[in-house]
Design a protein around this ligand. Structure first.
Ligand code: SG7
Ligand code: ZN
Length: 266
């Protein structure tokens, strides 16, 4: 099996399953969140409990261009989530983004068929497996929190990330940045969310993710989104020549098959 994949062309999402068989499974992500079909369970889907999300951490964050996304590594493992029907404690490992070349697309999940210009994923691993890589392929290994973005006011908190994009323009570049309280990067109201079981949205597409997608969006200015679109490239600096931007790094929505979508709110 090869170990390269892309979002376009002959190594694109329609072909991932050839080298990564899990990508052809029946619990894949992302999905279209159809609010008509949700099962509302306000007792089970209580508000999540966030621990350490309101503090700066002792260690810097690691901002990285991995050729598929902009990723921020959370180096001290002090942020955790529990409750909200997760059934375990999950430790925050990293967060990253999926964005479009234009405002009409970019998010991986959609809400009643509507896509958003960007989506952020905070990836957590199940504390009982001890670390991220041991959790990757376990049924209850990962919990990812998803947030949609909408174009709006300038977001000072995300600017603390965006202002370093000049140092990670090319694949495999990374830079340490000052930690930011995670709560500052999230919407104010976190009580309303959708829940379903799914997968990693990139190869190897392991079906190991409990997905939580929040109803409230994050505001970001068009000019800030433009920085994602125009300054982050999928190629190595050494390749020279024309640079290809990472925009449209989203997987198309997958079939629900027999799964159910749950919501914490009517
Ligand atoms: C992004 O999405 C990266 C990946 C991540 C993948 O491409 O952030 O992270 C690493 C470490 O390469 O894969 C295993 C993993 O976290 C898929 O994550 S997602 O399902 O939340 N989109
Ligand atoms: Zn993601």
């Amino acid at each position: 099996a090869g170990n390269i994949w892309t979002y376009k062309g002959s190594l694109g999402p329609e072909h991932w399953h050839l080298d990564y068989p899990h990508c052809g499974g029946i619990r894949q992500s992302p999905i279209d969140l159809q609010t008509r079909d949700v099962i509302v369970d306000q007792t089970y889907l209580s508000p999540l409990y966030f621990s350490g999300y309101d503090r700066v951490s002792n260690l810097d964050y690691t901002l990285e261009n991995n050729g598929h996304t902009v990723q921020v590594g959370l180096n001290d493992k002090t942020m955790m989530i529990s409750g909200g029907g997760l059934g375990a404690t999950f430790v925050a490992e990293q967060f990253h983004f999926h964005w479009g070349a234009v405002d009409e697309r970019g998010s991986e999940h959609s809400l009643n068929g509507r896509h958003f210009p960007m989506e952020m994923h905070i990836v957590h691993y199940n504390k009982k497996y001890g670390n991220f890589s041991s959790s990757l392929n376990k049924t209850d290994g990962l919990a990812v929190l998803g947030f949609f973005f909408e174009i709006g006011r300038f977001n000072v908190h995300f600017e603390e990330i965006i202002e370093h994009f000049g140092d990670i323009q090319f694949k495999n570049q990374q830079v340490n940045i000052k930690s930011i309280p995670m709560i500052d990067l999230m919407p104010a109201r976190l009580t309303n969310y959708y829940r379903y079981v799914g997968s990693l949205t990139t190869p190897p597409c392991y079906e190991s993710v409990i997905w939580t997608i929040f109803n409230e969006t994050i505001e970001i200015a068009e000019e800030q989104l433009e920085e994602f679109r125009t300054t982050i490239f999928e190629n190595d600096r050494s390749e020279g020549g024309v640079s290809i931007d990472i925009s449209d790094d989203y997987r198309p929505v997958q079939c629900m098959f027999r799964r159910r979508l749950y919501a914490s709110h009517p």
